[in-house]
Design a protein around this ligand. Structure first.
Ligand code: BGC
Length: 441
């Protein structure tokens, strides 16, 4: 059991050396294969078929609506695609989703979405029935581009009576119950697919979409030949985008040599909605990193190593140490965070140095694990020499070091690669409109 700062840093970083990442990558690849083979399997990752077969050509035109549900905010957007100028413009409204709404029920959650859409149409004078793309960033078992059941909630959503139900139907029912005008829902999209499409609009080499935000996930273009479980019409297409749902990697033990006592301590708290699942996601994504650091700090406080053994009320609380503090601390604001945001007193320079080391270890592990996932996908496609990876999400965009550490680990695993990482601009909004546009054609 780690009890000094050095031990704790080692516990996080020793499993993610280059060799460690290679071992993790082989296990992830095996999980990918299992997920692609059969509809019902006992693997860890779902490898969901998106029914999106092509990147946008760049010729898409017109006005579209998009809905985006998946994190702490919900958005409604009107997106205009202008192929002549390769331009995308948008008007949007953002609503924060309260914790209460996340844990409400089908009618309240989807009623809220339907009402927000209806108000948005009124406010923006939209009277025609524009095609709509719905970005719904949870695992969905799709049977077509416009139908799919929510397998289970992730992140901290828990609305009752939604799991196992068709997402598009739940929205239609909520809308009909409120007698709102009919909506032309033409695409149900995961945020990873939206991200890949948004970059793919101007880059035909974009074969991967990755989200590093509240949650994490990736999708990629797979040969239909490799998707044994696909039982649709194979005559029309030779490839399909697969939503890996890689966040669940590790759920049946594949990451047991990477998990630390701090991962376990945070995941076993009653406040965590999905304890024991989404293991890879919990080691990587923004929603969880603060909790991992908090548990490592609590251990050092109990051992008298930090803050003279004295904790604070903030630090004792679930999510008392926010994930955004990892960014602040790596930007050099440690004293301010510990004293003013966490209410710790006294705080010495030594305390700051120790806490910074822990934050660095936790975010480095996350970046390196994400890199292993990306390399696994690039290798699986055989595109090591040329491939654009579209990335979106607050962790990637806001953490000062994450992107550099992730890039470095990709280069360690794939020397001389041709992997280009491109930040996607609003994949969840624009991407959904692009999928809708491709579907409409
Ligand atoms: C969900 C994915 C989603 C990811 C990023 C995960 O919790 O299962 O569907 O793509 O979060 O938003």
């Amino acid at each position: 059991m780690a009890s000094s700062v050095g031990d704790i840093v080692d516990a996080f970083l020793k499993p993610v050396t280059k060799e460690g990442l290679e071992a993790i990558s082989s296990r992830l690849l095996a999980q990918f294969e299992t997920g692609l083979a059969k509809e019902k399997h006992d693997g860890e990752v779902k490898m969901l078929i998106t029914y999106v077969h092509n990147l946008p050509s760049g010729e898409e035109n017109g006005d579209f609506l998009a809905l985006d549900l998946g994190g702490s905010n919900f958005r409604v957007l009107k997106i205009t695609l202008d192929s002549e100028n390769r331009d995308i413009s948008q008007v949007d409204s953002k609503f924060s989703i309260s914790e209460e709404l996340k844990k409400s029920d089908q009618d309240r959650l989807f009623g809220f979405i339907a009402e927000s859409l209806n108000n948005f149409k009124k406010e923006n004078g939209i009277t025609s029935k524009l095609p709509l793309g719905f970005t719904f960033s949870f695992p969905v078992n799709q049977t077509s581009l416009t139908a799919g059941t929510l397998i289970h909630w992730t992140k901290d959503f828990k609305a009752a009576n939604c799991e196992g139900n068709d997402v598009v139907k739940m929205l239609r029912d909520a809308s009909d119950a409120r007698k709102f005008p009919d909506t032309d829902i033409v695409a149900l999209v995961n945020d990873t697919t939206g991200t890949q499409m948004a970059v793919g609009y101007s880059d035909q080499d974009c074969h991967v979409g990755v989200i590093l935000g509240t949650g994490t996930n990736a999708c990629y273009t797979e040969r239909l030949d490799a998707v044994t479980k696909f039982n649709g019409d194979r005559s029309q297409h030779d490839k399909v985008i697969i939503n890996t749902e890689w966040g669940a990697f590790g759920d049946k033990g594949s990451l047991k040599d990477v998990i630390t006592e701090f991962d376990k301590a945070f995941d076993s708290q009653p406040e965590v909605e999905n304890g024991g699942s989404q293991i890879y996601e919990k080691m990587i994504s923004g929603k969880y990193l603060g909790e991992i650091v908090r548990h490592a700090m609590l251990k050092l406080i109990n051992g008298g190593v930090l803050f003279g053994g004295k904790s604070s009320d903030v630090l004792k609380k679930f999510e008392g140490f926010k994930s955004s503090y990892l960014s602040d601390i790596e930007k050099g604001e440690c004293m301010d965070v510990l004293k003013n945001k966490c209410g710790l007193d006294p705080v010495t320079e030594q305390d700051c140095e120790y806490v910074t080391q822990i934050c660095r270890a936790v975010s480095t592990r996350a970046a390196r694990l994400a890199a292993a996932g990306i390399v696994t996908i690039v290798r699986k496609m055989g595109r090591e020499k040329k491939c654009t990876v579209a990335v979106d999400g607050s962790l990637y965009k806001l953490h000062p070091e994450f992107r550099f550490r992730m890039r470095a680990a990709i280069n360690e695993m794939l020397p001389c690669n041709g992997v280009i990482i491109k930040e996607s601009r609003d994949g969840s909004g624009r991407g959904a409109a692009l999928v809708a546009a491709v579907a409409k054609q």
